[in-house]
Every structure is written in C-alpha cells, then in structure tokens.
Design a protein around this ligand. Structure first.
Ligand SMILES: [Zn+2]
Length: 218
C-alpha cells in the first residue's frame, strides 16, 4: 500500500541511515532490525544495565545518523526499542524516576540537541532533570577502563536534592559502563537509590560471557 511516506521518499530520496540504499530514511530491510532484543548486563558501578539493541552494524549507523548527522527523524524508529529497554528496567521498580546522563554544553551546542532527551521525548518517557550539564572532559573513546573513570571525575553534579529518591539512569549507548557508573556514583553520594540503568544500545561484550536475555520481542 502506497503511503504518504512512500510518495515523499519517491520525490525526495534520501540514503537509508542503516545501509545507504537510496529511498527513505530507513529502508524496509533495515527497519525491522531495530526491533528490541532486550537484555540485561551487570556492569561495575552501574548495576544492572538493560539494553534493547547491540551497538554495532546498522543500529550503530542509524544512531550515528541521528547523533552526528542531525537526522532527527531517526529518533522515531529508535524510540521504540529505547522505550522497551526502559520498560524492562522498571518492571521491579515502576515508581523510580528516570534521569538522563547529561551531555556537556559543547556537545549539546554541536548537535543542537541531546540524543537521549530526543529519544525519551519520542517515546513519551518523562525525564526528571537531576543533573547539571556535564563539565567538559576528554572524549572517552580510546581510554582504558581505569582511565575512563578518572576522566569522569567531577564531571557530573546534581541539580537538586535526591535523598531517598529511586532513580533509573538512562543514556543512548553504553560501552564499558564508566559513564553510567560515574553518574550513578554522584546520585548515590546524594542519597539516591539507583535501581540500575537503561540504554538504547550496548556494545556487545567481547569477553565471551553471555548476558541475560530478558525477552525476544519488544
Ligand atoms: Zn537500509
């Protein structure tokens, strides 16, 4: 069935963010690959981290299209798996408030938006602003685990009292978990009960240890 979107893609073809095929922002082959495959992993300092997708291949390409090429329309197909990860993470503690790891003002200026805020907004998830904007720090990529933790020392600070508040921390991607751990540590230091974290996508583990699959569908 032809849709308005089909007509639009015909008139204004764009490369698919997943595979580059000319046509629509996300082609019919790539779109189904964003179906959530929710799994949970224990990461030091971050606790139970629930992720909907593996951060590789076309998922990575689509997320980079959103974050680095400013293709805001991609937030809509990504919002569904993000919502699935958040919902799975909140099963045991539905009363927890949801706080996003803040980006630095420089990153926000460069992109013009905060990716995780856009995902939450498209998913209808209300974020509670518990953090101040992150202080400037070196890029985490390329750093070892201990270096990542040191690099994040003093980067996050609370915007309001959090004593006794149950909090789920959310972000778009988790790699080692150092960023989530640093944010969680600041919350715990303020007296919050961090129930875990939820992310859209997690870098697949290369250590051979499998993580627990929570469900095969969204
Ligand atoms: Zn595609």
């Amino acid at each position: 069935m032809a849709t308005v979107r089909d007509a639009f893609a015909y008139l204004f073809p764009v490369p698919c963010a997943g595979c580059g095929a000319e046509g629509r922002a996300l082609c019919r082959d790539c779109a189904p690959q964003l179906a959530a495959r929710v799994r949970a992993t224990e990461l030091p300092g971050a606790g139970t981290v629930t992720a909907a997708l593996d951060y590789e291949g076309m998922t990575r390409a689509v997320l980079l299209g959103l974050k680095e090429q400013g293709r805001g329309g991609l937030a809509t197909p990504l919002a569904e798996p993000f919502a699935a990860a958040v919902a799975a993470a909140l099963v045991a503690t539905p009363e927890a408030v949801i706080a996003a790891v803040p980006s630095t003002p420089a990153a926000r200026r460069r992109r013009g938006f905060e990716p995780v805020h856009l995902l939450a907004s498209r998913a209808g998830i209300r974020l509670t602003p518990l953090f101040l904007p992150a202080r400037p720090h070196a890029v985490q990529k390329g750093l070892g685990i201990a270096e990542r933790a040191r690099n994040l020392d003093g980067v996050f600070a609370l915007a309001r009292p959090v004593g006794g508040v149950r909090v789920l921390v959310v972000d778009d991607v988790v790699t080692t978990g150092a960023t989530l751990a640093a944010a969680a540590a600041v919350l715990r230091a303020g007296g919050a009960d961090v129930v875990g974290a939820a992310v859209l996508a997690a870098t697949p583990r290369r250590d051979g240890r499998s993580s627990g699959m929570l469900s095969n569908s969204s």
